[in-house]
Design a protein around this ligand. Structure first.
Ligand code: UDP
Ligand code: MG
Length: 151
């Protein structure tokens, strides 16, 4: 067992549907510790860096519009970014978050409860959570400065 940190983003579909509190409630009840939190304006550069590994996917441009809030017509879009810490936080929180495809996500998970698939085929799955140790380290560095993480 190792203590790990993982990046959470409350995606714009969750913001506009006022699901932020419900999602944080699920995370709080998981027993993991919140060690960082801030609202961030998602620039085009930040969005593209965050999803860099998906740049060749057919849904990439829609994904960038999604994370920037453009898909939902949100002006002054900002995302709530969080870091959670704890034993095996990365895989345990991914389990709580559920499968990428909300239709396949277990109904008890965050994505299973609140996610949906749009007619364009994009998965609006309300939350991002780092998938593995490598992603988590890279993503936390991208979204937070070291002194913003309080442990
Ligand atoms: N996504 C999508 N269609 C796909 C795969 C991914 O719309 O076939 C979106 C979805 O919002 C997902 C994000 O792109 O959360 C990032 O994809 P990734 O494969 O990294 O999934 P995640 O790590 O978020 O579960
Ligand atoms: Mg991913």
């Amino acid at each position: 067992m190792a203590r790990e940190k993982t990046l959470i983003l409350i995606k714009p579909d969750a913001t506009i549907r006022k699901l932020t509190g419900l999602i944080i409630d699920r995370l709080e009840n998981s027993g993991f510790e919140m060690v960082a939190a801030k609202l961030i304006k998602v620039t085009d550069d930040l969005a593209r860096k965050h999803y860099d590994s998906l740049k060749n996917q057919p849904f990439f441009e829609n994904l960038i519009k999604y994370i920037k809030g453009e898909l939902h017509g949100i002006k002054n879009n900002k995302i709530l970014a969080l870091v959670y810490s704890g034993e095996n936080a990365i895989s345990e929180i991914r389990r709580l978050v559920g499968s990428t495809n909300p239709e396949e996500a277990d109904p008890s998970t965050i994505r299973g409860s609140f996610g949906r698939i749009t007619t364009k085929g994009l998965f609006e799955n309300v939350i991002h959570a780092s998938a593995n140790k490598e992603d988590a380290e890279r993503e936390i560095r991208l979204w937070f400065k070291e002194d913003e993480i309080i442990e």
